[in-house]
Design a protein. Structure first.
Length: 581
């Protein structure tokens, strides 16, 4: 093997790993919504979890990626540890699909139909279709499909380049001696574990083993222990991903390690026993590409058959290894490990935003109550809720911005933009709630009283603001277009009420019926109530934008107001309902 073959091997390995990474990422984006549906249907049953792990891993072509996702799901509360155990077991079976795809490169026949199954025959077509979809089609989902095809074609070209580069090693004595050395099962397991830990993909390390197998120097006796070791090496990714996670996420990563370590130890002992007692001739035979794929599948199936009935034992084991602590868990609803599945990350963002929205609405409604009768406890609770919404906006906004910088689908990008718009409005609603409380406290501390007429007017506009907050909240939580459509006419009525009340206030001042100090507090109240209605209008507009795939909020609001008989009808209804006395 000369320097040029070494360079070809290096280039082939690079293309192989790059193609596998590109294909996996594109598959995750393309199947993101389906992954969420699978998880929503996931039950505590062993078979359901097993099939879910198998299916997801077969789609995204990486048990490491699936396990990292599972760690993220457990960390954010999407999945229990018991469910995670079954999914991880299924992932180990699903990852064997890659080896079977790679084994197609070993097809050798003069039959035309069989030769068409060889990757070198059909990958050029896949690459051509993929580049057309990626470069000339605007639809994001079709672009992802193009990336999947390009990734697969790159992977297979890399595989063939590696196979061609190492083919000359078949006559190199040192290479032959290396694989004779790996017939020692312990050394074979260590070699497989180290290789897989370095490249962090058991699928890729099996592919490399298949590429080396074309030399004819890799016997089944050497290949089987290496395959066993690869299952241990792939645990490194999940263990790294659990750093900084909560205890249950750490336990999920430990399940992956314990499952593969115990399974490897048991079946390695059986392998050594069979080799010593029966000395099967097959172990000295050169391993073929399909043979390595079969060994990989059989080993993972045997591990799952062994450990599936012991899932309860695994749960107790990792609970003992990662015990409960008295320290409270840090906030972990938004986990960056979920960036691998943007649709699920957005689902968690929506859940957090829903908590934020309800907190802001409760703060505002509580503030309206303080205007009728001040309570120090209520005021303190409102300030606590406002601080909570600040915290929500900080962590959620940062998370959404970081998520948006990833390669995510167009619908996910629009959803992220919608949430970023809305959380600012919810945070400001909570701010206005505190401002209302401060106005109530000012009136109380200065012993200022509103006139009976002003108190009646305040009750009217407070009722309207209470209703618009509830409508905006319902529109967001349930994506309710009917509630969203009711917000804008009510906001217009509140604006009209505010102007009417300012005019009446000036008249009372001119007649000496209201003090200057009380007037300042009154104007502050009207400003904060009016701005609360404005933010509710923004929220409703965003809901309608999302439905119509339009991010132009002002255009959406104009469309609602202009030429809409339904808008005018609701406006008249709200005008009658909230008429000043």
């Amino acid at each position: 093997m000369d320097i040029f073959s070494a360079l070809t091997l290096l280039g082939g390995l690079s293309l192989f790993l790059f193609g596998m990474g590109v294909m996996g990422q594109a598959l995750e984006r393309r199947a993101g919504g389906r992954l969420r549906v699978l998880l929503e249907k996931l039950t505590a049953g062993k078979l359901a979890g097993l099939l879910t792990g198998l299916g997801v891993t077969a789609v995204i072509q990486s048990s490491s990626a699936t396990t990292v996702m599972v760690v993220g799901f457990v960390n954010s509360g999407l999945m229990t540890l018991k469910q995670a155990i079954n999914v991880i077991m299924g992932a180990n079976i699903g990852t064997t699909v890659t080896a079977w795809l790679l084994s197609l490169a070993g097809i050798d026949s003069g039959n035309l139909l069989i030769r068409l199954l060889k990757p070198s025959s059909f990958t050029p077509v896949l690459a051509f279709v993929g580049i057309i979809l990626y470069m000339f089609v605007k639809d994001a989902r079709k672009k992802d499909t193009g990336m999947i095809l390009l990734g697969f074609a790159t992977l297979m070209y890399g595989m063939e380049a590696m196979s061609g580069a190492v083919s000359g090693l078949r006559d190199v004595p040192a290479f032959q001696q290396m694989f004779i050395l790996f017939k020692n099962p312990v050394l074979g397991v260590l070699a497989g574990a180290v290789l897989t830990a370095v490249i962090q993909s058991s699928s890729a390390s099996v592919g490399i083993l298949q590429a080396l197998a074309v030399t004819g120097q890799v016997s089944y006796g050497a290949a089987v222990p290496i395959i066993m070791g690869q299952n241990i090496g792939t645990c490194v990714t999940a263990m790294l991903s659990s750093v900084g996670a909560n205890k249950n996420a750490k336990r999920a990563a430990m399940v992956h390690l314990a499952f593969n370590t115990i399974g490897t130890a048991v079946w390695l002992a059986v392998f050594c026993l069979l080799r010593a007692l029966l000395r099967p001739a097959l172990l000295d035979e050169p391993a073929s590409l399909p043979g390595i794929a079969a060994a990989h599948s059989i080993f993972n199936l045997l591990c799952t058959m062994l450990m599936l009935p012991l899932s309860g034992f695994l749960e107790r084991l990792v609970t003992a290894l990662v015990p409960d602590t008295k320290q409270p868990e840090l906030f972990s609803e938004l986990d960056e490990r979920l960036f691998a599945t943007p649709s699920i990350a957005l689902e968690r963002c929506h859940n957090v935003a829903a908590d934020m929205a309800e907190t802001a609405a409760l703060a505002l409604i509580g503030a309206l109550e303080t205007l009728r009768g001040y309570s120090a406890e209520t005021a303190a609770d409102i300030r606590e809720k406002e601080a909570k919404t600040d915290y929500f906006e900080d962590i959620l906004g940062t998370y959404l911005v970081n998520l948006s910088t990833r390669q995510i689908s167009e619908p996910d990008s629009r959803e992220a933009a919608k949430l970023l718009k809305m959380i600012g409005d919810f945070e400001r609603i909570a701010d206005h709630a505190v401002n209302l409380v401060e106005s109530a406290e000012e009136l109380r501390e200065k012993d200022l009283r509103l006139t009976d007429a002003a108190a009646e007017e305040l009750a009217v506009i407070s009722g309207a603001v209470h209703d618009i907050v509830e409508l905006a909240l319902a529109a967001f939580l349930r994506n309710d277009l009917d509630a969203a459509a009711k917000v804008e006419p009510l906001e217009q009525v509140i604006d009209r009420l505010k102007e009417q009340m300012r005019t009446r206030h000036i008249l009372r001042l001119q007649k000496g019926g209201c003090s200057i100090d009380a007037g300042f507090a009154w104007l502050d109240l009207l400003t904060n109530l009016g701005r609360t209605a404005d933010h509710c209008s923004n929220i409703a507009g965003c809901v309608m934008d999302a439905v119509h795939d339009n991010l132009n909020l002002h255009q959406s609001l104009r469309d609602i107001r202009d030429g809409s008989e339904e808008f005018q009808s609701r406006y008249r209804e709200y005008t009658r309902r909230y008429a000043l006395p």
